[in-house]
Ligand binder design. Structure first.
Ligand code: SF4
Length: 339
């Protein structure tokens, strides 16, 4: 088993009450069974409160439910009472681990940071060439010795990352090329002969905004921002947007492309990046036009928190890709070329 880390991984340190969008905000907090067993033994007022707030959610998970958009243990100084009262070592796996993400592929494990954490997002946005071990010789030799399918996916992921970081092209064309390449990859996975793509049709990108507005949304401010950006079709994103989105797209590719090991589908992850691009590019443009000083980091971070990190929203996106012809590869390529 080898563990692969991006170069920036060790830079992360939680900034706690200086964080502009804490992970103690908006989310229910999963409590793993080992932590729950310990929590059942905690004495005093903190123990009583833990047992009172620990409930089973609609998915059968044991959680601290957010109250008024806040973890019940996030205090008025924006610090964690569990951390203070019983110690950092007794935080749940979710609280102690976030924003670190570990993805296990049997022969190797990849470790990433999540873009939903502002501090992690800042680190990723300022980093260069950071995924050096990913798809490298160590991973490939493990995959090639055991699993042709994984080996093929690793190579396809590297080619996708190369296409997305080809700075000679505007980002929308890189996305179109990446989708085109992955249509061919998908044909090979399906055992089908790659076919030339037909000309796509587009009726604008309003349907992508409409879909995001139907999602589960945590923050009313996010909903308003989506509604306003949808109407502001003429605004232009700032010059720096593409360089930042490139980092987000790379994070996304390394985080999700290999889901195809189970789903058999490489197009879901690429189409989700295209949706993220359409939404965040327009949000950046709308905020820039209004002189609203929200950093691009916060737009990408918030997209990650609202959409990427929601199981329901991700499933809804994938279901629309399967159902709605407007998300076919040829129609998305036509849409990107029109942007
Ligand atoms: S979102 Fe990140 S920086 Fe903010 S409180 Fe959570 S782990 Fe710390």
């Amino acid at each position: 088993m080898i563990d692969i880390y991006p170069d920036f991984y060790k830079e992360f340190k939680c900034i706690a009450n200086r964080c502009e969008d804490s992970c103690c905000k908006d989310w229910d907090i999963d409590i793993d069974s080992e932590t729950e067993r310990f929590y059942m033994t905690v004495k005093g007022a903190t123990g009583d409160k833990i047992r009172d707030k620990l409930v089973t959610d609609e998915y059968g998970e044991r959680v601290f439910k957010a109250e008024g958009g806040r973890c019940p243990f996030w205090n008025s100084d924006m610090l964690c009472d569990i951390f203070i009262d019983i110690g950092e070592e007794h935080l749940s796996e979710t609280c102690g681990g976030f924003p670190r993400v570990k993805v296990d592929y049997v022969d190797f494990r990849e470790h990433l940071l999540s873009f939903a954490c502002p501090e992690a997002a800042r680190i990723m946005l300022r980093s260069e060439n950071s995924y050096t071990g990913f798809g490298g010789e160590a991973e490939l030799s493990l995959a090639e010795n055991g699993d042709d399918y994984m080996s093929f996916l690793l190579k396809a992921r590297e080619r996708s990352a190369e296409i997305l970081t080809d700075g000679s092209l505007p980002f929308k064309y890189r996305l179109a090329d990446c989708l085109d390449f992955n249509v061919q990859v998908q044909s090979i996975l399906d055992g089908a002969e790659p076919q030339p793509m037909s000309e796509g049709k587009t009726e604008g990108n309003g349907f992508i905004f409409d879909m995001h507005l139907k999602f589960e949304i945590m923050s009313e401010r996010w909903r308003e921002a989506l509604e306003e950006a949808k109407e502001n079709a003429s605004a232009k994103a700032s010059d720096e947007f593409e360089a930042d989105f490139e980092k987000f797209a790379l994070y996304y590719i390394y985080r999700y492309y290999l889901e195809a090991v189970n789903s058999g589908d490489v197009l879901y992850s690429i189409k989700r990046i295209i949706c993220a691009y359409v939404i965040t590019e327009r949000l950046d443009a709308d905020f820039a036009a209004k002189g609203y000083p929200l950093p691009r980091m916060r737009i990408l971070q918030r997209y990650s928190k609202e959409v990427e990190h929601s199981y329901d929203n991700t499933e809804a996106l994938n279901a629309e890709f399967d159902r709605d012809e407007r998300f076919s590869a040829e129609n998305l390529i036509a849409l990107l070329e029109e942007l």
